[in-house]
Design a protein around this ligand. Structure first.
Ligand code: SF4
Length: 368
């Protein structure tokens, strides 16, 4: 079945450790550790958990010298590149570059003035380390706030451009840019506006989005809208929760938009009065099962034998539950009828068959 694809806006590409952000590279998933960075053991443990969940770039807070010393140890053996997050003290940024940070995230408004900013850019240039210019609605300068009457999108963009122009004039352009607000629509508007003016790669996200439910919704609306318009080269979903949840959410957003495929996509009906089984339980069990597979297919779990297969025609394979019995179907056509309690078993068999088929095709140069 044909589906429309998002056309991404072409940005410049930059190298962050072994990763590429921007250009035609896939949208990179990032998150941030929540441990005390100077506690190397705990921070390393979280870095590995995040990487295992699919995080490709991890930011660590560098509030002091102990943290920047710990960064050196964390970089050694980290499964993914590490980004140093620095505020107020440019000296820590210089040290972080020397200690192996793959990227530096600063808010240029609080790093100590233009001189310090240029000095940092000079050092980043020497070490080929990119800088994220992270403009935040909460820390815009007074002049810009007065001009626009508040931290509106145009104020965020003007602020970012002012810093970029200072650095560009000095010959530095190894940037990623972010323009964050906790207000979803302001953030969307800011990135739209910026992407019309410059082609630097964009780190997108809604800052301080909140606890897990509201945070996921705000993050999905904000980043999802931008990504659907082709804007965004790296994504961080900010949640007041375990950072692993941020990674799970980011993967889900990217896969929902067809920008990255990490494994089978679950389609499940919402159930209705025709459903005679505990479909929530069945769908959750199927979702757990799907986590063991990485093939790019759609799998449906439907609540009734009458409408299920037809409603989920676009699914590659699916199961639907009827009274006591259930069906396995492919592309809307029923291929097997089994006892209801055997549904997950036949789904697993079919997933194994599909995986074998997919791998054989891949070996022969088929689906990538
Ligand atoms: Fe209702 Fe069946 Fe449709 Fe599910 S598949 S919503 S149970 S009609």
């Amino acid at each position: 079945m044909g589906v429309d694809k998002i056309k991404r806006k072409l940005t410049r590409s930059i190298h962050v450790g072994g990763l590429i952000i921007g250009g035609s590279a896939p949208v990179v998933i990032q998150s941030m550790t929540s441990t005390d960075t100077s506690d190397v053991g705990k921070t390393r443990e979280q870095i590995f958990k995040l990487a295992e969940a699919g995080c490709e770039l991890i930011r660590v807070a560098i509030p002091d010298e102990n943290a920047v010393k710990a960064l050196k140890k964390l970089v050694a053996g980290s499964p993914v590149p590490l980004v140093a997050d620095i505020h107020f003290d440019a000296r820590l940024a210089y040290m972080a570059i020397e200690n192996g940070a793959a990227k530096i995230r600063i808010n240029p408004g609080n790093i100590g003035g233009t001189g310090k900013l240029l000095e940092l850019a000079g050092m980043a240039d020497k070490y080929k380390v990119p800088i994220r210019i992270g403009v935040n609605a909460g820390s815009l300068n007074k002049k810009i706030l007065q001009k626009y009457g508040g931290p509106y999108s145009a104020a965020l963009v003007e602020s970012a451009l002012a810093y970029l122009e200072v650095l560009e004039a000095d010959g530095f352009s190894n940037f990623v840019v972010s323009l964050k607000s906790s207000d979803v629509y302001t953030t969307i508007s800011a990135y739209r506006l910026f992407s019309e003016k410059r082609d630097y790669p964009l780190h997108i996200g809604i800052t301080e989005a909140g606890t897990i439910q509201t945070g996921i919704i705000k993050g999905a609306i904000g980043t999802g809208t931008l990504l659907a318009e082709g804007i965004g080269d790296t994504i961080r979903i900010s949640l007041t929760a375990s950072p692993v949840e941020e990674v799970i959410t980011a993967r889900c957003i990217l896969q929902s938009l067809g920008l990255r495929i990490f494994g089978p996509e679950l389609i499940a009906c919402p159930t209705c009065g025709r459903c005679t089984v505990d479909l929530i339980n069945l769908a959750n069990s199927a979702e757990q099962l799907l986590k063991n597979y990485s093939i790019p297919i759609k799998v449906a779990v439907m609540g009734c034998a009458v409408n299920g297969p037809g409603e989920a025609k676009e699914a590659d394979i699916g199961i639907c539950a009827g009274k006591k019995r259930g069906m396995l179907f492919k592309h809307g056509k029923v291929v097997k009828t089994v006892k209801q309690e055997k549904l997950l078993e036949v789904l697993k068999e079919e997933l194994d068959n599909e995986t074998g088929r997919y791998n054989r095709q891949k070996k022969q140069g088929g689906p990538k």
